[in-house]
Write a protein that binds this ligand. Structure first.
Ligand SMILES: NC(=O)c1ccc[n+]([C@@H]2O[C@H](COP(=O)([O-])OP(=O)(O)OC[C@H]3O[C@@H](n4cnc5c(N)ncnc54)[C@H](O)[C@@H]3O)[C@@H](O)[C@H]2O)c1
Ligand SMILES: CC(C)[C@H](C(=O)O)[C@@H](O)C(=O)O
Ligand SMILES: [Mg+2]
Length: 352
């Protein structure tokens, strides 16, 4: 198969982990006889430095016309001025919106050999296997008005949480479809005791659920969900939620697996290229040291093969190689190991 893949390494450890994933994709290309064409584009702080904006129109167009997009991470202290007009993260939001990738799938699993890497007791981690389905192109991140203004000598800032019923319906429907192929349970997370958007969310969710009598629906308030994720994480199968709730809950859920560096994600729309990125950020504290955990990005590249290129065998091969490497104990420092990014990637390539 021939495919065009846009690489958006971004900032901090982004280029380090994307380079690792590209080595793995190139090995897959060779082993399974495919032809991947890689093209690099800028996003985030490096794009601001080069052109003044976090994502140029031409970079977005290149992504829109590719088969898939693999992203590292954006951001860092250099671009963190709270009064800056252009922020690296703005490029990422524009990319997600521009690709129409409304569904961000973030699976959380616990590898048996890494049970000790989590601060939770091993018995709490038994049976943990969930997918967080995060709404990605609406909610508090995109609602209008969004502004800062002076009112009577005081500074006023506004963000808006907004959803249309159809935006909720399509993401919840995707969660139910996913649950059908799993343990048939959907936990819809909201703040319906306070927020109007959440009350609409709950109403639409009930409506969608009626079409899936074989799947159990549970509604949970987000504060309770934050608590249950660490007190009883094995109860979750598919968890579906609003953009910002999903952002926060997935960082929390990453603690179950042992490190932020392990978690991949796939962002999908109804058509067009998918966007694949680890859930972690640019990790400025370890950037440039060559010690970043590449596994979240490598697993994201497996999702790219599975969802955008329909290469299931190849995706599974990467996942098996990652599992074997983790089991072998060749780990980066975030998981208590001594291996660097290259050594972990070499080990994955050895078993691929
Ligand atoms: N998708 C993205 O591009 C994305 C996601 C989250 C944060 N960010 C941005 O990243 C910057 C830094 O944010 P932060 O420090 O709060 O979060 P972060 O995820 O970058 O780092 C949090 C902690 O996890 C560690 N960590 C993260 N990824 C790792 C990896 N692959 N291997 C080993 N350790 C890893 C870091 O060293 C750090 O101690 C901010 O500008 C933020 O906006 C970007
Ligand atoms: C960098 C930021 C905009 C981003 C988000 O909040 O979506 C990140 O935290 C993530 O989880 O991908
Ligand atoms: Mg996040």
């Amino acid at each position: 198969m021939q495919a065009k893949i846009i690489l958006l390494p971004g900032d901090g450890i982004g280029p380090e982990v994307v380079a690792a994933a590209v080595r793995v994709l190139q090995a897959v290309e060779k082993k399974f006889g495919h032809s991947f064409h890689f093209e690099k584009q800028l996003i985030g702080g490096c794009s601001i430095d080069a052109s003044g904006v976090a994502l140029t129109d031409s970079a977005l167009k290149a992504c829109q016309s590719a088969d898939a997009v693999l992203l590292g991470a954006v951001g860092g202290p250099k671009w963190d001025d709270p009064l800056a007009k252009e922020r690296p993260e703005k490029g990422l939001l524009a990319l997600r919106k521009g690709l129409g990738v409304f569904a961000n799938l973030r699976p959380v699993k616990v590898y048996p050999s890494l049970v000790g890497a989590s601060p939770l007791r091993p018995e709490k981690l038994a049976g943990v296997d969930m997918v967080v389905v995060r709404e990605l192109t609406g909610g508090l991140y995109f609602g209008k008005p969004k502004c800062r203004e002076q009112i009577d000598g005081r500074t006023h800032a506004v963000d808006t949480m907004e959803y249309m019923d159809d935006e909720i319906r399509r993401i919840v429907d995707m969660a139910f479809q996913l649950a059908r192929g799993r343990r048939k349970k959907v936990t819809s997370v909201d703040k319906a005791n306070v927020l109007e958007t959440s009350r609409l969310w709950r109403q639409v969710t009930a409506d969608v659920a009626a079409g899936y009598p074989d799947v159990k629906l549970e509604n949970m308030l987000v504060d309770t969900a934050a608590m249950r994720l660490v007190s009883n994480p094995a109860e979750f199968d598919v968890l579906v939620t609003e953009n910002m709730f999903g952002d926060i809950l997935t960082d929390e859920a990453a603690v179950l697996s042992g490190s932020m560096g392990l978690l991949p994600s796939a962002s999908l729309g109804s058509d067009g290229p998918g966007l694949y990125e680890p859930i972690h950020g640019s990790a400025p504290d370890i950037a440039g040291k060559g010690i970043a955990n590449p596994i979240g990005t490598i697993l994201s590249s497996a999702f790219l093969l599975r969802y955008s290129l329909k290469l299931e065998k190849e995706a599974s091969a990467i996942e098996m190689a990652v599992e074997k490497t983790i089991a072998s104990g060749r780990l980066t420092a975030d998981l208590g190991g001594t291996a660097n990014t290259t050594e972990v990637t070499d080990s994955i390539l050895d078993v691929l």
